[in-house]
Design a protein around this ligand. Structure first.
Ligand code: NAG
Ligand code: NAG
Ligand code: NAG
Length: 291
């Protein structure tokens, strides 16, 4: 008789626990892009609250506006510090949704954090394979400079103190990019280093990688960089699957794809500053990954 009661109690306890798991949505952490901050993500937070009521949404309040130009490895360190307590509290893990430059910060954070509990990583229009284009953003940072000159400014120690320079990927100056860019080629394993293997393992702790972008973005150049494609030396776009870092599985992309955990979402008609406030984008590409 006593065992039956014990089993019954255990079953009830299990059911309560299970309910708590099924009912709750994982916390969502949002990392903003260049020149913006938490304010620009209020609409997105509302979308999440409307579709998944009760979700704890945090837009990390760091490196806003002009501060977003600070060196990326330093930013990665401090974003990590801000995110850590949220991860620790969430037994079931969290989701990470990162916009534009923020996507690179998150990518780096995932690779350099052992045993993180980030479940799904959503990169919303991020220059994941680099940036090479004349845009308003470039003019704000380096007025009067055109894309073919930027390597002179960026690929040296002083230039590397500006975030944009750390993912500036000039296809006509590959050796200089590999030698002098201290962020992107290191992160993507294009320049060899002894942490590549452990960084790949760390990155592969995510459950899903979701890449969102589209041809009307107007800022990310080429726009395929949001899907890990990039220019070759003739400025023709080589898609992700033909990139060397994919073929060599340098940081885990090919493994994710083989595991069935890579999702690409392509949306037309979306300008760069509209990605996070477009409800169609949210329903088609984001909502289902935030459970
Ligand atoms: C989320 O939605 C509920 C209503 O469903 C509302 O009461 C609450 O204030 C909203 N929270 C935020 C942060 O918008
Ligand atoms: C990919 O692998 C080839 C052959 O092992 C090697 O020569 C090349 O440097 C690697 N490239 C990257 C980006 O890992
Ligand atoms: C929102 O996204 C849809 C689907 O990609 C697109 O057709 C539409 O133009 C977008 N609207 C805005 C204002 O970005």
């Amino acid at each position: 008789m006593r065992t039956t009661t014990a089993i019954l109690l255990l079953l009830i306890l299990l059911m309560v626990l299970l309910r708590a798991c099924v009912d709750g949505y994982r916390p969502v952490i949002i990392v903003h892009g260049i020149f913006d901050g938490p304010k620009q993500f209020q609409t997105l937070a509302l979308f999440i609250n409307e579709t998944h009521p009760g979700t704890e949404v945090t837009v990390v309040d760091l490196y806003k506006h002009m501060s977003s130009l600070k060196p990326l490895w330093k930013q990665v360190q401090n974003f990590h510090r801000a995110i850590e307590p949220i991860m620790e509290k969430a037994r079931d893990g969290v989701h990470l949704l990162c916009f534009s430059q923020g996507g690179l910060i998150c990518r780096a954070l995932l690779s350099t954090t052992p045993n993180h509990n980030i479940h799904n990583f959503i990169a919303l229009s991020s220059p994941l394979a680099g940036q090479y284009g004349d845009t308003d953003y470039l003019q704000q940072v380096f007025p009067g400079c055109v894309k073919d000159m930027i390597f002179l400014v960026c690929y040296n120690r002083v230039g590397q103190r500006v975030s944009i320079c750390q993912y500036w990927n000039d296809p006509h100056h590959r050796p200089s990019y590999l030698k002098n860019n201290k962020f992107l080629p290191v992160l993507n394993g294009d320049t060899p280093h002894d942490k590549i293997k452990s960084w790949r393992e760390n990155f592969l702790h995510i459950k899903k990688l979701v890449l969102i972008g589209g041809p009307d973005d107007g800022v990310i150049t080429p726009w395929q960089s949001s899907h890990f494609g990039f220019y070759n030396s003739k400025e023709r776009v080589v898609e992700m699957r033909n990139q060397e870092f994919y073929r060599n599985d340098t940081f885990g992309l090919k493994t994710l794809s083989a595991r069935g955990d890579l999702s690409l979402c392509l949306c037309s008609g979306v300008k760069h500053m509209h990605w996070h406030s477009n409800f169609t984008v949210f329903t088609n590409c984001i909502e289902k990954w935030l459970t």
